[in-house]
Ligand binder design. Structure first.
Ligand SMILES: [Mg+2]
Length: 172
């Protein structure tokens, strides 16, 4: 089949803190987390913990459209981050999760090995420039997230446009 239209990624990778949710899981919220009958997720003190507004629908749409979705986080709070992903019901979307400290090239080498997808076919969203710099150097297209906005439908559109344009990284 001839492929017309813009070039698209095979895998879409997200950071967690200040990309999918508006806090640092190791600092700003206090585990353990639990789900109330209302469906709200709360921390140890009963404070409601929420992702950025558009994130649930963005993940559902990407999955529906057939993209492989992955998470790359360098938080030391691996268990707590995993717990939040599960409570938000996001594990249905994530094919791969690499959550531990250190340079994210390690995380992405795992994605490549486990999925067989090349860096050139990955689109990555992250709010920290050190990660944008590291991954764009090895060929991943990296969208630099504004930590005040996080992932939105508009941001996803811009990221896909950046991928189609072949621009590995942009500064803000
Ligand atoms: Mg972050």
């Amino acid at each position: 089949m001839a492929s017309n239209g813009p070039r698209k990624p095979k895998m879409v990778v997200f950071d967690l803190d200040y990309t999918l949710w508006p806090f640092w899981v190791d600092t700003h919220v206090d585990p353990p987390f639990q789900k109330r009958k209302s469906g709200e997720i709360v921390d140890r003190h009963g404070r409601v913990v929420k992702p950025f507004r558009d994130v649930p629908k963005v993940l559902a749409k990407l999955k529906q459209d057939g993209y492989i979705i992955a998470v790359a986080s360098r938080t030391a709070c691996t268990q707590e981050a995993n717990s939040l992903c599960a409570l938000f019901d996001w594990d249905q979307y994530f094919s791969y999760k690499e959550i531990y400290p250190g340079c994210k090239i390690t995380h992405f080498n795992k994605f490549k090995k486990n999925s067989g997808i090349d860096f050139e076919d990955m689109l990555f969203f992250d709010d920290e420039y050190r990660n944008i710099r590291d991954l764009s150097k090895v060929g991943v297209t990296c969208y630099y997230i504004d930590e005040n906005i996080g992932v939105t439908e508009g941001v996803i559109e811009e990221g896909f446009q950046q991928f189609a344009d072949g621009i590995k990284a942009k500064s803000r």
